[in-house]
Write a protein that binds this ligand. Structure first.
Ligand SMILES: Nc1nc2c(ncn2[C@@H]2O[C@H](COP(=O)(O)OP(=O)(O)OP(=O)(O)O)[C@@H](O)[C@H]2O)c(=O)[nH]1
Ligand SMILES: [Mg+2]
Length: 447
């Protein structure tokens, strides 16, 4: 997610040795400055960062370690501004959140993502409120999203936004909801009518949080509109959406400083799991190529059921991994979000995430072929891959619309994967895994 920035830091750090002179420091800071500007970090933010890193490194002794430490400290300082971090629950539920922003910035999608995050990772009861009654399609969109993630929605096309918010709050208190998320309407540009409507809703909702949703692809414009929304309505957090489309990523660095409001979440993808908390020291770890094990652990423990995982390991050990297990695994993987974002949290793997590109579990041809193949099997065949004789394989191939060779290839792959998993799960397997990881690394920072 932060590939370009991570590369910038790596290049700059490469210019300086463990003990070095002022000339190399100059080279390193120049490299840093150039690449930060290229990544779209605001020039004022860059200037300040460079000045501090240069001053501190000189004071502490010019060398790689001091340069790194200073850079790390400065990045954390830039990303940390006064206010809440991640999602903060009100002392008395429900926590009321109002989502605001320009048209098409991603408010509705982000509302769904947040609801999904709160439900899956924090195990909370969430109510979504459709306070965007401008367009019929807007309510329809929210209906689709909330039924997909199985979260309650409050919508009434004939009510006014303030009325529906009132009704929703009463319901939330009565039915003990933990969080109420209010999706509001957007406009192409900031106008008085919109600001009045939002102010009205705010008066009724008395939100604990006002999240401004900023489209990362609009760059510095996102910063300016955030400032205006902050002045006119007041905001307590910024969510940067469409970060997947912004190859440079610099906007995430300067945004909090420039607006003076903490960045709370980053959305990077159109799917519901594609959202991450923005916690400054964790993000700095990732920027420095050190991964973010904490976030990864949170994400996986919320999605992966420990009992089920143990059961599966047992099966793998006994060589009983079957097609049903495979389908189940795929469903769990999907809940984790994109492969790329998962890999970027693993120390030393960010480089690999870049090479891998985005493997989409819904749209990958290969995975669709495997799924088609499995759906053409009888329940017995699914739970026992050894049953697959040639006659059965031919029937399955026809059913799945695949060629005989394709079927053979996929089945062979499946067998090999199960074998490999069995091997890795056995004695010394962990060591093999680590060796494999080590070989794949080499992308991280020298430490
Ligand atoms: N690639 C990508 N697309 C996104 C992301 N967030 C939202 N989108 C897409 O952006 C488009 C607009 O998103 P919406 O959530 O409808 O935006 P909105 O702010 O609710 O728009 P209005 O209600 O019209 O003001 C949709 O096509 C979303 O799928 C993201 O993080 N990444
Ligand atoms: Mg919307």
């Amino acid at each position: 997610m932060f590939d370009t920035l991570t590369d910038s830091f790596k290049n700059a750090i490469g210019k300086i040795r463990f003990h070095d002179d002022e000339k190399s420091l100059k080279k390193a800071t120049l490299e840093l400055k150039k690449s930060l500007l290229k990544a779209d970090v605001h020039h004022k933010v860059v200037k300040e960062l460079i000045a501090v890193v240069e001053r501190e490194t000189k004071a502490n002794g010019i060398g790689k370690d001091n340069f790194l430490r200073s850079l790390q400290g400065e990045l954390t300082r830039i990303l940390t501004v006064e206010g809440n971090q991640g999602f903060v629950f009100a002392s008395k539920p429900p926590t009321v959140v109002m989502m605001i922003g320009l048209q098409g910035s991603g408010k509705t999608t982000t509302t769904g993502k947040l609801a999904n995050f709160l439900k899956e990772q924090k195990k909370k009861k969430v109510l979504i409120v459709a306070a965007d009654l401008q367009r019929l399609a807007a309510v329809e969109q929210l209906k689709q999203i909330s039924s997909q993630i199985e979260v309650e929605l409050m919508a009434d096309e004939s009510a006014t936004p303030t009325d529906i918010v009132k009704t929703a709050l009463t319901k939330a208190k009565k039915d003990l909801y933990d969080v109420v998320l209010i999706d509001t309407a957007g406009r192409l540009a900031i106008d008085d009518e919109l600001m009045d409507e939002l102010a009205e809703i705010k008066k009724v909702a008395k939100p604990d949080e006002l999240f401004y949703v900023a489209d990362a692809m609009t760059g510095q414009d996102a910063v300016r509109t955030a400032q205006t929304f902050k002045e006119k309505i007041g905001i307590t957090g910024v969510i940067l959406s469409k970060f997947d489309g912004d190859g440079k990523g610099g906007i995430a660095l300067g945004l909090a400083q420039q607006v003076g409001t903490p960045l709370r979440f980053i959305g990077a993808g159109e799917k519901m799991p594609d959202i991450e908390q923005f916690i400054p020291d964790r993000i700095v770890g990732r920027l420095m190529g050190a991964g973010d094990i904490e976030s990864l652990a949170e994400k996986t423990s919320a999605v992966i059921d420990e009992k089920q995982a143990k059961h599966l390991t047992q099966k793998i050990k006994k060589g009983q991994f079957n097609f049903n297990d495979f389908l189940e695994q795929m469903e769990q993987m999907k809940k984790l979000g994109s492969m790329k974002s998962i890999l970027s949290m693993v120390p030393g793997m960010s480089g690999m995430a870049k090479q891998l590109g985005d493997m989409d579990l819904d749209n990958s041809d290969e995975i669709n072929r495997i799924k088609a193949l499995i759906s053409s099997m009888t329940p017995k065949e699914r739970s026992n891959p050894d049953l697959l004789t040639n006659t059965r394989k031919r029937r399955i191939a026809t059913g799945a619309g695949l060629g005989q060779q394709q079927v053979n290839r996929i089945l062979k792959q499946f067998k090999n994967a199960a074998k490999m998993a069995k091997k890795l799960s056995g004695k010394g397997g962990m060591k093999q895994m680590q060796d494999m990881m080590q070989q794949m690394q080499g992308g991280g920072f020298p430490r």
